[in-house]
Design a protein around this ligand. Sequence first.
Ligand SMILES: [Zn+2]
Length: 458
Amino acid sequence: MGESAIIIYNVAVVNRGRVRSGAVVVDDGRIAAVDYGTDGVPARDLLAVYPGAAAVDGGGAYLMPGVIDTHVHFREPGLTDKADMVTESAAAVAGGVTSYIDMPNTIPQTTTIGRWEEKMSLAAGRSKANYAFFLGVSSVNVGELLAADYTRVAGIKLFLGSTTGDMMVSDSALIERLLADAPCTIVVHAESEKVIQENMQRLNPDGLADLPVELHSRLRSSQACYESSRSIVGLARKHDALLHIAHVSTAAELPLFTSGPVLGKRVTAETCPQYLLLSDEDWATKGARMKCNPAVKSTADRDALREALRAGLIDTIATDHAPHLLADKEGGALKAKSGMPMVQFSLVKMLDLFDDPALVAEKMCHNPSRLFGIEERGFVDVGMRADLVLVSRRDMPHVITDGDVVSKCGWTPLAGTATDHEVKATLVNGHVVYSVMDGLDAESDTVGEPLRFSPGRR
Ligand SMILES: [Zn+2]
């Protein structure tokens, strides 16, 4: 055993659908023991087995697997005025996120193995959380995509609608070849550019340079999402592809999905906190801060998405963390940039919303691990890497402000909203990387490692 063993006792361990009081031992970067039923007392047998261990009173907090956020835009390389891997991974661990998968719409775009390797090099020694990167689809790189090593590459991202860093692909023969032959999960941004352009003709017949920001929900309408998702899900089922629809934002798309365990599915779905927390009624107070693609929709959509998570139609919650500077968020529906930071507050806000830590762990920890075949992470199981978060209910609600934000952009669309939960400490690979807990000090070391994947679902 290593000298650095830690026994965290008096915690409610959230794992595999259950919440049980107990203690967890972290040793040599891994979960060495999980001891249930110790009723808040550091079990004597644990102290006997790990005599040099530091014993930390968890104060009754939830101890969960670290969150695996499979949809972030950390903006590096090329957009580092907005964000970079150092600043955003710091925001991640402050929010209990221990691993992330970053999207390819950087500058340059991550559409070749060489550029993917460059991103891996940028993360090595700088990322405070574990990391992986998607390869993006372009009109010319399908051969390279099919030849990549998907034990190291997280998967393929396909944009079927225009958004930040235009990577839109509309060649249907190319898309079908990818669905037929890709050896990994294909994550899709599904919005119909045709429907969006029709909406634009109708809502902006005079070609004004900008429109009121609330029109964003009608330009990027439910129909735009539904048409695109229906089409790509149909093709995925035809080719038996592994397809994951990113950021589902509408009730209309839900009948495209099936309930049941994620490992039994070929077509899966993700939604994001912004679609679960916000609606088009919030434009008046949030303005362009809540502008994102797809757009936030109605309260009926929001409520249907909440229910779909509980019912198993939606498999994962990721953040689509996409920071811009506030200067980029000026203007209305046509001028303000789309995207918002979210990685730091996703866990506490989802615990607030669902009041069901086992459900939150399923959607933010277990299912991301299962769906992408992430090795050794996503569960509080003996032998797994010690990626853990301690999160507790607050005595008094805390009103989030821009001053709380760790991300480089320095603002959050959640400013002014309250949270009842607080991340007390985050461990990555057995190292305490964030802590506001007595008796548990954060180390300054940068310990993020590349994620590894089992391509077993094919
Ligand atoms: Zn995104």
